[in-house]
Design a protein around this ligand. Structure first.
Ligand code: NYM
Length: 216
């Protein structure tokens, strides 16, 4: 698989709130640009199936604490690390649909005592960091229209999540990453192809500077 440097693939992450079109865009990038696609949570693994029951509000014999839910989401990312690493080192470009930033944002937004940024990011330390994160936003006028029935799909909660995403990206410790590896794209009013062509040009014009994999 060829890539710009000829030595390793790029890891591109698409992040954003619910219903900003991330999955549609990742599918397009995967099929048109030949990127391998990973979506988190991956609901197929045993851990992913527990996450799915939680999100779809299926009654469980053992009620999950917010902390254990957070760790399950993180664990779900760790399940795929070796596979992702091998693919990247083989020169395969990868597109990821949600990752550590969703992990932190949705958990911190719950406002549970002790579950702050440091606690929530600790279990993801050492995961491969995306070479580029594209953060999709709409104009903030999202409402309940278009949301499904899953746990977090409520206007009020989405507003909080959106705030936490911004807090994460503008943290001092993330400043270098944001300057060199991050693009925010406002998709309000755009159709699928318009969003795609914006993302495609961002992805095309991005080259990796560091041949080593970046780590959180
Ligand atoms: N979510 C996703 C989390 O709460 N933590 C995480 O680590 C990740 C990756 O799962 N509302 C939440 C965000 C979404 C929900 O994601 C399901 P999707 O992309 O709708 O399947």
């Amino acid at each position: 698989m060829s890539n710009i440097t000829g030595t390793r693939g790029k890891l591109i992450l698409i992040e954003g709130l619910d219903r900003t079109g991330k999955t549609t865009q990742c599918n397009l990038i995967s099929s048109r640009l030949n990127y391998k696609y990973y979506k988190f949570p991956n609901r197929e693994t045993p851990i992913g199936q527990i996450i799915n029951s939680y999100l779809t509000k299926q009654v469980s014999d053992i009620p999950l604490s917010d902390q254990s839910v957070h760790l399950l989401f993180s664990s779900n990312r760790w399940e795929f690390q070796n596979e992702i690493k091998t693919a990247l080192l083989n020169g395969q470009n990868i597109i990821v649909d949600r990752y550590i930033y969703s992990g932190i944002a949705y958990s911190v937004a719950k406002n549970v005592a002790g579950m702050d940024y440091n606690w929530c990011s600790a279990c993801d330390r050492g995961l491969i960091k995306p070479d580029l994160t594209v953060f999709l936003i709409n104009d903030g006028n999202f409402d309940n229209h278009g949301f499904g029935d899953e746990l977090y799909e409520k206007h009020e909660f989405q507003v909080k999540v959106s705030q936490v995403f911004m807090d994460i990206f503008y943290k001092q410790e993330n400043k270098d990453y944001i300057s060199n590896h991050f693009k925010q794209l406002d998709v309000s009013g755009m159709n699928i192809e318009e969003v795609y062509s914006n993302i495609e040009s961002i992805v095309d014009s991005f080259t990796i500077k560091d041949l080593n994999l970046l780590l959180f």
